[in-house]
Write a protein that binds this ligand. Structure first.
Ligand code: GLA
Length: 414
């Protein structure tokens, strides 16, 4: 498993150096201990599911792409499987007018009409901003306009905000407290708290997604700024190396997740890049085990039947959406194989056996130790990728292809 590297950031484009009104010394220490707000627990009682534009479209996303995504969520059955949020990531923003009101750019001619369209499909709309002066892609962001922007989102009918640290670090944290890391982190906390209050003040339920790459152990304080989810790592890429590295970074975080507040190992890359079917399956399975938000990020109009089958596997989605919200923990590894377990409602257990190695294991099959999982006897379960019944016994040999996974739901573990 990989060593956590929380200070690595993907792409950050830093903007102008305008300075925030708040200073580190003005942030009361007790703010950091305040309890989670009850309103925050009304949304995202299970990990949010939907689609986000960034992983496939990056900077090129348009209004039409968002409408197409909404159409496709319905026609492919993804909406029925639980995918409801249609999230516009960075690059929708235009300029502010003399009153400070932010306008969309030419790619998004009428955000209210777009929101109405998405809502007319029975779906919800997500949007993106930053606490800094500019977003990661260099567009106008919310610094000193938090209340105004939150009201604007609510007036459009936005249901979800991803709030990405980006230029706030260079423009505010580094400028106001250049030598004091702790003060910088308090500024970051205050910025996220400020937008939470602005969102709550609108009276509209809006899922609040923090994106600051896991800095300062965000899982410890995310709920205190009303976060429903928080990124735990840098940006995901559509490669096995990236996916497996992020998986390793989730160890130890399970206790911080639960209904209304989730660890976010970043959006799905299922169907993107050159991921094999096994890799797509393993990635999706492990994100479900982690109780991760399931935000697809692929080209929905050109999705293959195989990718669609992965994304709409109801049994796997049921693991992710289990109402207890207990995130999986890493039970043990043996050679290149990792075993994770997740406790589910009704006393059930999900067991994931992942072959992270580059080769097939058949010359020396992996032997699953039930004893190491605290289990014994013959466990009857369902193989969630074949749909077949399976009986697990202690030390049983398992052949799992490279980068593939065995995912089993055991109804009555003993
Ligand atoms: C950061 C985030 C990504 C994406 C881009 C947009 O890199 O981590 O998920 O939102 O910004 O610019």
């Amino acid at each position: 498993m990989n060593i956590r590297s929380l200070l690595s950031v993907g792409v950050l484009v830093f903007g102008s150096l305008s300075i925030a009104a708040q200073t580190a010394s003005k942030v009361p220490a007790k703010l950091i201990q305040k309890s989670a707000s009850p309103e925050g627990s009304q949304v995202a009682l299970t990990p949010p599911m939907g689609w986000n534009s960034w992983n496939f479209f990056h900077r090129n996303v348009t209004d039409q792409d968002i409408r197409n995504a909404a159409d496709q969520l319905v026609s492919t059955g993804m909406k029925d499987a639980g995918y409801v949020y249609v999230n516009i990531d960075d690059t929708w923003e235009g300029e502010r007018d003399a009153d400070g009101v932010l306008h969309t750019n030419a790619k998004f001619p009428d955000m209210k009409a777009l929101a109405d369209y998405v809502h007319s499909k029975g779906l919800k709309l997500g949007i993106y901003s930053s606490p800094g002066p500019q977003t990661c892609a260099g567009f106008a962001a919310s610094l000193d306009h938090e209340t105004q922007d939150a009201r604007l989102y609510a007036s459009w009918g936005v249901d979800y905000l991803k709030y990405d640290l980006c230029s706030y670090r260079e423009a505010v944290m580094s400028v106001q407290s250049p030598e004091d890391k702790a003060a910088q982190m308090r500024l970051m906390f205050a910025a996220y708290d400020k937008m939470d209050k602005a969102l709550k003040a609108t009276g509209r339920p809006i899922v609040y997604s923090l994106c600051q790459y896991g800095w300062d152990a965000v899982w410890e304080w995310g709920p205190n700024v009303g976060a429903n989810l928080w990124r735990t790592t840098g940006d995901i890429q559509p490669s096995w190396q990236s996916i497996y590295s992020i998986l390793g970074e989730q160890e130890g975080l399970a206790k911080y997740a639960g209904p209304g507040h989730w660890n976010d190992p970043d959006m799905l890359e299922v169907g993107n890049g050159k991921l094999s079917l096994a890799e797509n399956r393993a990635h999706f399975s492990m994100w479900a085990m982690l109780a991760a938000p399931l935000l697809a990020g692929n080209d929905l109009p050109n999705m293959t039947p195989e990718v669609r089958a992965v994304l709409t596997n109801r049994d796997v989605i049921a693991i992710d959406q289990d109402r207890l919200g207990h995130e999986a923990t890493h039970a043990y590894s043996d050679g290149e194989v990792d075993v994770w377990t997740r406790h589910l409602s009704g006393g059930a257990l999900a067991i994931a056996v992942l072959n992270a190695g580059p080769d097939r294991y058949s010359t020396h099959p992996f032997h699953l130790s039930l004893a190491k999982l605290g289990l014994h006897g013959t466990l009857k379960g369902k193989n969630l990728w074949t749909g077949d019944e399976i009986a697990l016994t202690d030390d049983m040999p398992l052949e799992i292809a490279s980068h593939d996974i065995l995912l089993v739901r055991v109804q009555a573990p003993k």
